[in-house]
Design a binder for this molecule. Structure first.
Ligand code: SF4
Length: 231
């Protein structure tokens, strides 16, 4: 377990943050990939810089078909292997038998239960043995991410490094990078989706609405995390 963070210069690029985190981690480092614009940007940055970065993804069983298409494009374009993690089938079977297919809309507790089974528990298995993990989180994405740092100690996951190389990027910068590099993108983005998670918990947003408005739209903004990024 780490107890110190490496020092970073005041103004760091995303690649410098990635490299510093990978060098400082006590073990392999992997990107938690949901195939967002941010995640494909990080994959491209790491690929171009020749960094040793693994990629894992959580298949919750409720993803959009379009998300799998991006995963397939990323695999072929960059020649990378994606380590997929599924929820425990017995936990999903029990949840759906006892509470139905849409229990997450009935209460915050039920939503957390579903995210815990489909995301948080598999994340724990994905992080086992890693020295650090990389996320595509950005500070401006939501009220829950305003104090995000480039490097953090993830005390809730064994004290490994959590590396947020795009923490200081704006949405416009990410889009410009993706377009310039012609990176694979989710077709749903062209249908008004701005932040894409599980299909039943994601909807398009209106022009001018905050991108995260389309995630768990029936909840208050301060509750809009799935448990993967508790801090
Ligand atoms: S985002 Fe929705 S469907 Fe996906 S794990 Fe969370 S509650 Fe379940």
């Amino acid at each position: 377990m780490r107890h110190e963070l490496p020092n970073l210069p005041a103004a760091c690029t995303a690649v410098e943050i990635l490299r510093a985190g990978i060098d400082a981690a006590d073990g392999p480092v992997s990107l938690a990939c949901s195939f967002s614009l941010e995640d494909v940007t990080i994959i491209h940055l790491a690929h171009e810089a020749g960094l040793n970065l693994g990629i894992f993804a959580l298949d919750t069983g409720r993803l959009n078909e379009e998300t799998y298409e991006v995963a397939d494009c990323v695999t072929h374009r960059f020649g990378v292997k994606i380590d997929w993690f599924f929820p425990r089938h017995d936990a999903v079977e029990q949840l759906e038998r006892e509470k139905g297919l849409f229990s997450f809309r009935e209460s915050l507790d039920n939503r957390h239960e579903c995210c815990s089974i489909r995301k948080v528990e598999p994340l724990g298995r994905a992080l086992a043995g890693l020295g650090g993990w990389v996320t595509g989180m950005r500070s401006e994405q939501s009220v829950t991410r305003g104090t995000l740092l480039p490097l953090e100690l993830d005390e809730l996951n064994g004290g490994i490094l959590k590396i947020n190389p795009l923490h200081h990027w704006s949405e416009e910068e990410v889009i410009a990078y993706v377009e310039k590099q012609r990176l694979p993108t989710n077709r749903l983005l062209r249908q008004g989706y701005r932040s894409i998670g599980c299909a039943p918990c994601t909807r398009p947003v209106e022009p001018g609405e905050h991108p995260r408005t389309g995630r768990w739209w029936w909840e208050n903004p301060e509750h809009k995390e799935c448990g993967l990024h508790r801090r």
